[in-house]
Design a protein around this ligand. Structure first.
Ligand code: 5GP
Length: 174
């Protein structure tokens, strides 16, 4: 199957979550579909084989997608988490939300300087989370060229935000 078909035929939409007026795109059906999930990882594994040294997943759905991709590729898995979740020495980047701010953190010792890191998440919206994560990885000395997502919510212009940081967005589905 085509990767876009795998995603589109296994995607849910939940109105008014997490707040009224928001249509939440739900990957739960996809990851619950064993054959579809496996095929998705095989396709993405072929796409990125030999081009990256580590996968960085963004908490928390980026972990679900990133970890099996990392094992498929035979590379390490990095976790970029919301503030206060990682133990030990961490560095963080704050970024703006529609209301307020958020902060993503990483353990810099987990990143090998000069390594090529693929950022993975389920959905790209404004690009704020991904952009902060790219900045974190680069501060650790990683080379970040691409972020892979299943779904891009085009209206939020995340792709442009990331282009400003010199990062290419690869999405299974628009
Ligand atoms: P951004 O920072 O690009 O505005 O938001 C992206 C982050 O919020 C991602 O970590 C993503 O998981 C989450 N997110 C935003 N909207 C949705 C959505 O409709 N569905 C899902 N599954 N995640 C979303």
């Amino acid at each position: 199957a085509h990767v876009g078909d795998l995603v589109s035929s296994n995607l849910g939409s939940i109105p008014d979550f997490p707040e009224p007026g928001v249509l939440f795109r739900d990957i739960t059906p996809l990851i619950a579909n064993g054959p579809a999930f496996k095929e998705l990882m095989e396709i993405l594994g072929e796409r990125y084989a030999g081009t990256i040294d580590a996968v960085a997943g963004l908490e928390s759905r980026g972990f679900i997608l990133g970890a099996p991709l990392a094992t498929e590729l035979g590379v390490g898995m990095l976790t970029i988490r919301k503030a206060g979740k990682l133990p030990g020495h961490v560095i963080g980047v704050d970024y703006a939300l529609e209301y307020g701010t958020a902060r993503m953190e990483i353990r810099p010792e987990s990143v090998r300087p000069g390594s090529r890191v693929l950022v993975v998440d389920d959905v790209l919206a404004t690009g704020g989370t991904a952009n902060a994560s790219v900045e974190l990885l680069r501060r650790c000395g990683a080379e970040v060229e691409t972020i892979a997502v299943l779904l891009e919510l085009e209206a939020f212009n995340g792709r442009e935000v990331l282009a400003g940081s010199g990062v290419k967005v690869e999405s299974a589905l628009l």
